[in-house]
Write a protein that binds this ligand. Structure first.
Ligand code: MN
Length: 447
């Protein structure tokens, strides 16, 4: 149930490729990852200037996310909702594989990638950051981008959410905030860290539930923080209370550059890692980034829409919509108002959501042509469109007001009206026969 065992299981299934050609962590690995994101996971064995291997595109496809959680597509939401409702805090142990090597920090030995042309520098992007409140009663686990500054300093982007709140509270009391930063953890831990349970709920409890009680933690030695005992690499450190540096630009989920801001600094006090640790890379703005961020929001939308519509079949925060701004939701409609209620419930569940399309259950939400077909044949703009102006949205969207966060949201009801006969909207079928199927098969083989 570690990062390593997951990679091994992918390899056994032929869903992982090892690249032994020499390759640079500056642009080259990121370029290969971006071009091959639909394919198997990748391990780069020979990274120029570094001793350790780099794993990329680990869960860049939905299929691999389902494999990591050992669930089918339709069971994913139920499994995750169950984990949010009933988290189980992991066991704490004294020793683990991550303690195989303990040393003074030298961040310049870590093969952090430089991803895009105008990025500020090498960034650690698959870092799960765990911290506790000063009294130890509240723990938060979240994913943050970390800019490598020197041998023992990182800049951290702290969006005003839970970790920011812990840091600010510590700062106001005159303390730095201790953090444990784990890199190379099981995808379930990443997915839990990417979700937003209420402040006070530890995401480790959710991860442990997703891993069926198999997550174990250990306490860092130089700071008051807990990390998965089988992580590949752990950085122990403190988010300093009194130092900020320019952070960014770095590409975010939209695939556009996020701007430079003054952000806090982490002083790294100690490093521990497994023998020959495998460094996990994650391409900003790539499908894996969008899936990890988007899937927990799909679950929230699914749950929220389920409260106003009897049957929600599927939710897709689509790739073209950055896995964040666009949702396509399929429902089994009972009355003509259902789709509009579904639109409102979706907006309520995910504050960054900008455009929602609701379709009938015969439409494949993962298939853009199918969704467009529903728009072409089941949608009338004067009746089926909702526009909400000046509402809070995503600051990542360059077309929104990025200072105030205000945007315009749009909902599309592309379900068939119940007032008209259903037959007029159904996709026509040609009855298949066994003989016709055989002919197709032989034609495919001969071509
Ligand atoms: Mn949290």
């Amino acid at each position: 149930m570690s990062f390593r065992t997951f990679l091994k299981s992918l390899e056994n299934r032929g869903d992982l490729i090892k690249v032994n050609e020499r390759i640079s962590p500056k642009f080259e690995i990121a370029y290969v990852m971006s071009r091959l994101a639909d394919g198997p996971a990748l391990i780069f064995e020979s990274v120029e200037g570094f001793k350790n291997e780099v794993a990329g595109n680990v869960v860049s496809t939905r299929r691999r996310v389902y494999a990591a959680l050992n669930v089918s597509n339709s069971a994913l939401y139920k499994t995750m909702i169950e984990a949010y409702r009933d988290p189980v805090y992991p066991k704490i142990v004294d020793d683990g594989p991550v303690m195989e090597n303990v040393r003074e920090p030298n961040l310049l030995e870590i093969p952090a990638l430089t991803h895009y042309e105008r990025d500020a520098g090498p960034y650690i992007t698959a870092a799960v950051v765990a911290a506790r409140s000063l009294d130890g009663r509240i723990e938060n686990v979240s994913i943050h981008r970390l800019l490598v500054l020197d041998k023992n300093h990182l800049a951290i982007r702290l969006v005003p959410r839970h970790l920011h709140k812990l840091w600010e509270t510590a700062k106001n009391e005159g303390y730095d905030l201790d953090v444990g930063i784990a890199i190379g953890v099981h995808p379930a831990v990443m997915l839990a860290a990417a979700s937003s349970p209420p402040f006070g709920v530890s995401e480790f409890g959710i991860a442990n539930k997703l891993l069926k009680g198999n997550l174990k933690l250990l306490k860092c030695k130089s700071v008051e923080a807990y990390v998965p005992y089988d992580a590949e690499l752990v950085l122990e450190g403190k988010i300093l209370r009194d130092k900020e540096v320019p952070e960014g630009p770095l590409v975010d989920m939209t695939g556009t550059y996020d701007v430079q801001r003054m952000q806090p600094v982490i002083e790294v006090t100690r490093i521990m890692h497994r023998n020959n640790y495998i460094y996990q890379a994650l391409l900003p703005g790539g499908p894996e980034h969008r899936l990890l961020m988007g899937l927990p929001r799909e679950v929230a939308i699914y749950e929220s829409v389920s409260k106003v519509v009897p049957t929600v079949k599927a939710v897709n925060l689509s790739e073209g919509g950055c896995g964040w701004l666009h949702a396509v939701i399929s429902i089994e409609k009972q009355t003509d108002g259902d789709a509009k209620n579904a639109i409102l419930a979706a907006f309520a569940a995910h504050g960054s959501l900008k455009h929602v399309i609701v379709v009938d259950s015969d439409i494949d939400v993962y298939e853009p042509k199918s969704v467009e077909w529903a728009l072409a044949t089941r949608f009338q703009a004067d009746e089926d469109l909702i526009i909400i102006r000046n509402v809070r949205g995503s600051t990542l969207d360059p077309s929104a007001d990025q200072q105030s966060g205000l945007t315009t949201k749009l909902g599309v009801d592309a379900t068939m009206p119940l007032s008209k006969p259903k037959g007029g909207f159904e996709k026509a079928q040609i009855p298949p026969t066994e003989r016709a199927e055989k002919i197709i098969e032989s034609l495919k083989q001969s071509s």
